[in-house]
Each structure stands twice: as structure tokens, then as C-alpha cells.
Design a protein around this ligand. Structure first.
Ligand SMILES: C[S@@+](CC[C@H](N)C(=O)[O-])C[C@H]1O[C@@H](n2cnc3c(N)ncnc32)[C@H](O)[C@@H]1O
Length: 417
């Protein structure tokens, strides 16, 4: 029978010299260009090569993605290109990623952290979070959706063997063809069940409980990437201090502050829905209701009134969306800080702390810091240090898309007028 065995020849797809250059600099994506138009039209592994065929690589192809058509997996070899070896390698990478978090002993303080952070863990386009007893898998690359059965069989086997005494629930959040987010449970029969209804779960972080909802969208009720930042600023929050939480969302910083014994915590957000969740978070944690007030308002309006009323705070957290629109005009967060910082300075106590955030990879750390330094010169504020979620994920040099969350800690050194 030996003679009947046939070998299929691998087709190599040439990639753009610019993609090769970027790859050399550590950027693991191939974005849409005339070369990617020739890639296979189904998600799968792609063997790629330079024009002279001297270098070759394996990429994960994602024809349905608008711009990111392929994500780097490894150097090419015949063995690595075989499906079973790919999945063995996947499991090895999953193990390294989980072991990295285990060694940080994150679980001792929180059940809310990333186990896999996509490209930073060399599992491109796939994010896995631990949220209480839930393992939540989020896909940003259609290859993982197309391989969801094998993906989940490996993930479930991996966690069952690693933590034999623990029972997890497994969920998969992805987008369908119409870009609508769908949530599926990988159930006890090892099959997927689509959830149409809201899906409530609970998790804890630094001794606080959170009710989360997986069914709504990627917006589950807490920003996991902010968790390590809360820890980083925790020691500055002293009993009796006051906190203004701007763009508060569901108020994770507010309830963290209340738990630390802060006495006057104000949360401001445009969405009453998020403020209601915040109120519920205060209730379920038995935190002092009287120490907290919610304001369903735009931050600009709130600050105008607060200045008139001569309100002052010891801490201000300011975490705006990267850009916002009122239907006519789009404001980007960095530009908006020029206008916002003088207002924030007016309501910050002398020696008070200001925690500024920017949620975009499009502005580098250098630009963020330079712009803020220019603006604060005349405001009596000084830069103390960066705030970055370093515990949960490693940064990849050359991959700016992965370095999207930037924070700066500022301190008020001069009395405001
Ligand atoms: C990036 S989230 C903040 C996340 C929050 N800091 C946390 O870690 O949980 C941005 C929030 O800003 C709110 N928002 C957007 N524009 C606003 C505005 N002009 N004034 C007040 N809130 C606004 C949104 O409703 C959303 O909840």
C-alpha cells in the first residue's frame, strides 16, 4: 500500500516586503493588501514565503476580517504546518500563558484576570479570561470560530487536568457575520448552546463581589485590564479621603475606594444603566451607601457645577472613551485633556492625586506624556509615574496595538485658586 500513499504539496503564498519588514520589527499582523487578496478564502493556516523563498512562515488566515488578514504563528516547517502539531503547539502556549499568571498568584486576590492575552501570549486574536467560575473565551479572529470545537475540547481538557478539583463553566463570545456578538456555552455534553438571554455571573476582585453579564456584549460590567491598576493605586487611597470617579462606568474604582474607607465618593457617567449596576455593586458588597453619590451627567457639565460649588477631591480617576461623539462632532480623548485638565485641577485638593487614562494604541506613551506635560505646566500638577496593566500581560515590542491602555499618575503640588 506504501506506493499508493500520496503527499500533497504545500502552496506558499508570497507576502508583501513591507509585511516582512514589520514582522522583523515584531509586528505579527498582515493587513489587507494586493498580496492578501490571493490568500485562501477560508480561515486556516497559511504557509507564506518571501519572494526569493529563503524565508517562510506560518500565519493564521482570517479572510473575513476587514483589515487583519493574517496573524503570525511561527516560522514555517513541514512538521509545524501539520494540524495536530499546530494544536499541540497551541496547548503548549496555553500552558505557558496560564503558568505565567499562576506564578503571579493573581488568584489569591482576584477572580478577574486574563489567562491568555492574544498576541502577547503568542495566541493571536484569542483572549481568555477567568471570571469567577467562568472561563470566558473571546475571539477576534475567525479562525478560532471556525475551529471552535477542537479549540474548546483542548481548553476544557487542559483546565480539567490542571485543576481537577475545580468545576468551570466555559463560554465563547464571538461575532457573527453581521458583527453581532453571540455568546455560546460549551456545555457538559461538549457541545455549544447559544444563549439568547442575559447571562448573569458573579466574580470577586480584592474582596469585592461583582455581578457581571456575559450576554450583553463585550461590555460585561467590569474592565479586567483595569484590575491591576486598581491594585497599583490602592495604597494611596486612605480612609476618610474623597474620590471623584469620572466616566465611572459600573464604578469598579468607586466601590474599590469605598472598601478602602473613602468617605466621599462621587461617580459620574452619562449612562443611568451603568450607574444602576454601580448602585447594585454597592448593595451586594454591603458598602456604606451614604458615602457614595452617583451623577448621571456629562463630565463637562458635572465639572462646571462642581467648580461653582467649590467641591474638592483628594483623588480623581478620569478614564474617558478614546473618542466620543455627540452626533455632530467627534472629540478625541487626548485633545480633550487640554480642555479637561484645567477643570480637573480646580476640583483637586492640594497634594491630591489625579489618575488619567487613555484607551487607544493610536497615541504612543511618548505623545501622551508630552501632551499632558505641556498642559499641566501652569496648573500646579506634576507627573508622578505611569500606570500600566503590566501584571496581566506582557507587552510585545513592535506591536503597538497591544499597548492600548495608558495611565498617568499626577499630583497637585500647588494650591489652586
Ligand atoms: C472606558 S469606560 C470607563 C471604565 C471605568 N473607568 C472602569 O474601569 O470601570 C467609559 C465610560 O464613559 C462614559 N461616558 C462617555 N462619554 C461620557 C461623557 N461625556 N460624560 C460622562 N460619561 C461618559 C460611558 O458611558 C462609559 O461608561
Amino acid at each position: 500500500m506504501r506506493n499508493n500513499r500520496h503527499t500533497t504539496k504545500t502552496t506558499f503564498y508570497e507576502i508583501h516586503p513591507q509585511s516582512i519588514k514589520h514582522l522583523g520589527l515584531g509586528h505579527p499582523w498582515i493587513t489587507k493588501d494586493s498580496y492578501t487578496d490571493k490568500f485562501p478564502q477560508k480561515p486556516g493556516l497559511i504557509a507564506t514565503a518571501s519572494k526569493d523563498k529563503k524565508s517562510s512562515w506560518i500565519f493564521i488566515g482570517d479572510p473575513e476580517h476587514k483589515s487583519v488578514k493574517a496573524r503570525y504563528w511561527s516560522e514555517y516547517s513541514n512538521a509545524r504546518f501539520k494540524k495536530h502539531n499546530f494544536w499541540n503547539e497551541f496547548e503548549n502556549r496555553l500552558d505557558s500563558a496560564v503558568t505565567f499568571r499562576e506564578e503571579l498568584r493573581l488568584l489569591e486576590e482576584r477572580e478577574n484576570f486574563f489567562l491568555v492575552f492574544g498576541e502577547a501570549d503568542q495566541i493571536p486574536g484569542l483572549f481568555i479570561q477567568r471570571l469567577g467560575e467562568v472561563i470566558l473565551v473571546q475571539s477576534y479572529c475567525n479562525f478560532w470560530d471556525a475551529s471552535s470545537k477542537i479549540l474548546f475540547s483542548i481548553i476544557k481538557k487542559f483546565f480539567t487536568e490542571k485543576y481537577p478539583t475545580q468545576i468551570f463553566k466555559y463560554f465563547f463570545q464571538s461575532r457573527n457575520k453581521k458583527q453581532k456578538i453571540i455568546i455560546q456555552e460549551y456545555d457538559y455534553k461538549n457541545d455549544f448552546v447559544i444563549h439568547n438571554k442575559n447571562l448573569d455571573i458573579e466574580c470577586s476582585e480584592f474582596g469585592l463581589k461583582y455581578n457581571l453579564n456575559l450576554g450583553r456584549s463585550y461590555d460585561i460590567g467590569i474592565y479586567t485590564d483595569m484590575s491591576s491598576i486598581r491594585k497599583k493605586i490602592g495604597d494611596l487611597l486612605k480612609p476618610g479621603h474623597s474620590l471623584l470617579n469620572l466616566f465611572s462606568y459600573t464604578g469598579a474604582f468607586s466601590i474599590f475606594g469605598l472598601k478602602k474607607g473613602l468617605e466621599n465618593v462621587h461617580s459620574v457617567d452619562l449612562s443611568q444603566k451603568y450607574l444602576d449596576i454601580l448602585q447594585n455593586n454597592i448593595l451586594i458588597n454591603d458598602l456604606p451607601k451614604d458615602a457614595h453619590q452617583s451623577f448621571c451627567s456629562s463630565v463637562d457639565d458635572f465639572l462646571k457645577t462642581a467648580t461653582k460649588e467649590k467641591k474638592k477631591y483628594d483623588h480623581i480617576v478620569c478614564d474617558p472613551p478614546s473618542s466620543s461623539t455627540d452626533g455632530k462632532k467627534t472629540t478625541n480623548a487626548l485633545k480633550n485633556y487640554e480642555k479637561l485638565l484645567p477643570e480637573l485641577s480646580k476640583v483637586l485638593n492640594t497634594h491630591g492625586h489625579l489618575y488619567l487614562f487613555l484607551n487607544t494604541h493610536k497615541v504612543t506613551w511618548k505623545k501622551f506624556e508630552n501632551e499632558i506635560s505641556k498642559t499641566i505646566k501652569t496648573l500646579g500638577l506634576e507627573r508622578v509615574r505611569r500606570l500600566s496593566p503590566t501584571e496581566d500581560f506582557k507587552k510585545l515590542p513592535g506591536f503597538i496595538e497591544g499597548d492600548y491602555l495608558k495611565g498617568l499618575l499626577l499630583k497637585k503640588i500647588i494650591k489652586s485658586t
